[in-house]
Ligand binder design. Structure first.
Ligand SMILES: *[C@@H]1O[C@H](CO)[C@@H](O)[C@H](O)[C@H]1NC(C)=O
Ligand SMILES: *[C@@H]1O[C@H](CO)[C@@H](O)[C@H](O)[C@H]1NC(C)=O
Length: 305
């Protein structure tokens, strides 16, 4: 009996790595996490360059190894670097991001840089990512990929309606906004989470589009059904938004990484921090994002840590 108890305690200790939020307390905006080849890689908006931090556990990201992988002196895309996301496209790592000119946000465009071929997104010593392409001719921000029905789609936010537009009161607080899309798939079902309302308010929050299925064209707004807000200010975290999804190292869990601020009126700048929470699943197969945990709460880390 005693032996069994001791064993259980030991197993408990070794198998349940814990972490607490925030994972990054300054410049934690617009977070994106990818697990690959033994590491969680975290990137956020740092305004000037593309960089990521890697660690073997979520908690480790607080003190992980950091690398700037791309900087640009071209004045058309030098500055206001936002929302980098790392994606594996046919075995090559690409970082999608938004950038523009120094003195105005009117020139923000989506771009992509190319990284290493193969399993690890971490560039070999002495190498960096190289510029690949501008992806939007006009204003276009927060690019991300959606994989559906064997195709890869690029989703971004711009001034005109396409998949979704901010029509409901909870999407129009201070300014009508739909941005920061993040695709989520489980089994044969697909959703796109996005951020609604102005980030300078405590109503900046996540909405959710559900793909209707049945081969419907994902390029048509009518192929998606909009839910009520799914993740809003809670427990001292304000403006919970601009999220991304990542998979635990063993592939069994899906996690939500998002940013929030401790400022009750919301925040759009570097005062936002990065936090993560496991996505739960309801009996009907729909995702449950729960509520943001109070900062400092000790949480069980992703399965496989
Ligand atoms: C990258 O994607 C390819 C399919 O395009 C897949 O075969 C490979 O396992 C992926 N690599 C990693 C590290 O996830
Ligand atoms: C998923 O598969 C089930 C069973 O085959 C089917 O009934 C359902 O319509 C599918 N859902 C989507 C979104 O394609």
């Amino acid at each position: 009996m005693l032996l069994l108890y001791t064993l259980t305690t030991l197993i408990g200790l070794v198998s349940a790595a814990t972490f607490s939020n925030p994972l990054k307390s300054r410049d934690g905006s617009d977070p994106h996490i990818v697990y690959a080849e033994g590491y969680y890689s975290l990137m956020t908006t740092t305004w000037n360059d593309l960089r990521f931090t890697r660690a073997k556990t979520l908690e480790g990201l607080k003190t992980g190894e950091s690398r700037i992988v791309y900087t640009d002196t071209n004045p058309a895309r030098c500055c206001n670097v936002w929302a980098p996301e790392l994606h594996n496209v046919t075995n090559t790592w690409y970082m999608y991001y938004t950038a523009g000119t120094r003195t105005t946000l009117d020139n923000q465009r989506s771009h992509v840089v190319r990284g290493p071929y193969g399993t690890s997104p971490w560039p070999a010593p002495g190498t960096s990512y190289t510029y690949a392409a501008q992806l939007t001719k006009d204003w276009g921000i927060d690019g991300t990929l959606l994989r559906l029905n064997s195709l890869t789609y690029f989703i971004y936010s711009w001034g005109w309606k396409v998949l979704s537009e901010p029509t409901l009161p909870w999407e129009r607080v201070r300014n009508p906004v739909n941005k920061g899309a993040a695709a989520l798939s489980r089994g044969n079902r697909t959703w796109v989470a996005y951020s609604a309302s102005d980030c300078w308010t405590d109503s900046y929050q996540l909405g959710l589009l559900t793909y209707k299925g049945g081969g419907a064209d994902p390029m048509l707004a009518g192929s998606w059904v909009k839910s009520s807000p799914v993740f809003s200010s809670a427990n001292g975290n304000w403006g919970t938004g601009h999220n991304a999804f990542f998979t635990s190292s063993d592939g069994t869990e899906i996690w939500n990484v998002y940013h929030a601020t401790a400022v009750t009126t919301g925040n759009c700048d570097g005062n936002r921090y990065t936090a993560a929470k496991r996505v739960e699943w309801r009996a009907d197969g729909t995702p449950d994002f729960g509520r943001a945990d109070a900062r400092g709460t000790v949480l069980v880390g992703p399965s496989g840590e």
